[in-house]
Design a protein around this ligand. Structure first.
Ligand code: SAM
Length: 339
């Protein structure tokens, strides 16, 4: 196990398999045009698996596939199979927008994917259209229903809560989650790269969310947990559980053991970091497993990042990165880095 300058272990890897997405969510990809990663730079599944092996050598035991939209990467079940074969990975999960889930759920589960998190910001199709500029809401709900039908455990539903957009759906979403056997997690709207329309007044804080849910359900109890998971979990009086990820108003950098690998092999130590380490270059130049391990080890050991806490300390908070810069370096985009 290796630790950074704040004694945080390297445990958790978000592996982005593509920067492409089939939705254009207001809070993530609000622009008309995007600069995509050159195809030749995108890692093959074998290269990804090779890098995951090195991360596992250093203590990573949780991998989450993300994107872009991971289900747009052709034959994703093949990558899942390669990773599921590694007993050192205790947790192999995926975050998806669910649009292509119905078609792929069975194969992914059979390949060994442990669990799925589906992003679901609204239960209303017309609102989904406004939020994502796409018409595929029924397919998302069908994807979630497919996971439920398969009896696939560990389903989570992630909702980015935005004032004036979907903040009147918290209770409906908790009820819906109960119906499909999924744990709902409300995410505070974050000022990450790509969120060019972000402003503090659109953020619904964890405190407000708890007030709203408490007013409806009664006393909400925090569940004490000793984990590095981003969500704090709470119990409703009837025993149902939900989570809140309060990265914007109550960040948790001190416990962050996560890092992110983009589809083209750049490794970022923080969602807010502006520079990554080029593992693709090292890999394709023929670095040995030990040389790659040394690059990762020394980089992690120098890690000081506390991006979300530093953002909180900013007096006038506005979008992290302006559009010109995002166009010059798409690695700064949340959809490239993987959420
Ligand atoms: N396409 C997949 C999906 O929709 O889940 C995976 C990639 S997406 C970038 C991963 C997560 O990041 C999603 O749950 C999304 O809601 C979240 N996300 C993106 N931009 C965000 C923002 N500005 N604030 C909070 N969460 C955000």
């Amino acid at each position: 196990m290796i630790r950074d300058t704040l004694e945080r272990p390297l445990r958790n890897l978000r592996l982005s398999v593509t920067d492409r997405c089939n939705l254009r969510c207001q809070y993530c990809m609000p622009e008309e045009e995007y600069v995509w990663l050159p195809r030749a730079d995108v890692l093959t599944f074998e290269e990804m698996a090779q890098l995951v092996d090195v991360f596992a050598d250093l203590g990573v035991d949780k991998v989450r596939l993300t994107g872009g939209e991971p289900l747009l990467r052709r034959d994703l079940d093949r990558l899942v199979r390669l990773l599921a074969d590694k007993p050192r990975l205790r947790d192999l999960a995926m975050t998806t927008n669910g649009v292509l889930l119905t078609e792929q759920a069975q194969a992914l589960r059979a390949a060994g994917l442990h669990r799925v998190t589906v992003s679901l910001d609204t239960l209303r199709p017309e609102r989904f259209r406004l939020l994502t500029r796409r018409d595929t809401h029924p397919r998302v709900l069908e994807g979630i229903a497919t996971v439920a039908r398969l009896g696939w455990p560990g389903l989570k539903l992630d909702t980015v809560v935005m004032r004036g957009v979907n903040d009147d759906e918290l209770i409906d979403l908790v009820e819906y989650g109960g119906g499909v056997g999924g744990e709902v997690r409300f995410i505070e709207y974050m000022d990450v790269g790509g969120a060019t329309l972000w402003s503090m007044d659109r953020v619904v804080s964890r405190r407000e969310m708890l007030q709203c849910l408490g007013a409806h359900y009664g006393t909400i109890t925090a569940i004490p947990e000793e984990t590095s998971a981003p969500a704090d979990r709470f119990r409703l009086p009837d025993g149902r559980v939900f989570g809140i990820i309060s990265s914007t108003t109550e960040p948790f950098c001190r416990a962050c053991d996560r890092s992110r690998l983009t589809a083209d092999g750049l490794w970022y130590l923080c969602l807010y970091a502006t520079h990554g380490t080029d593992l693709r270059a090292a890999l394709r130049a023929g670095a040995t497993r030990e040389e790659l391990a040394e690059l990762i080890r020394s980089t992690w050991q120098g890690r000081r990042d506390r991006g979300a806490e530093e953002r909180l300390a900013q007096p006038d908070r506005s979008p992290l990165i302006q559009i010109g810069e995002l166009k010059r370096d798409p690695h700064l985009e949340m959809h490239t880095r993987g959420g």
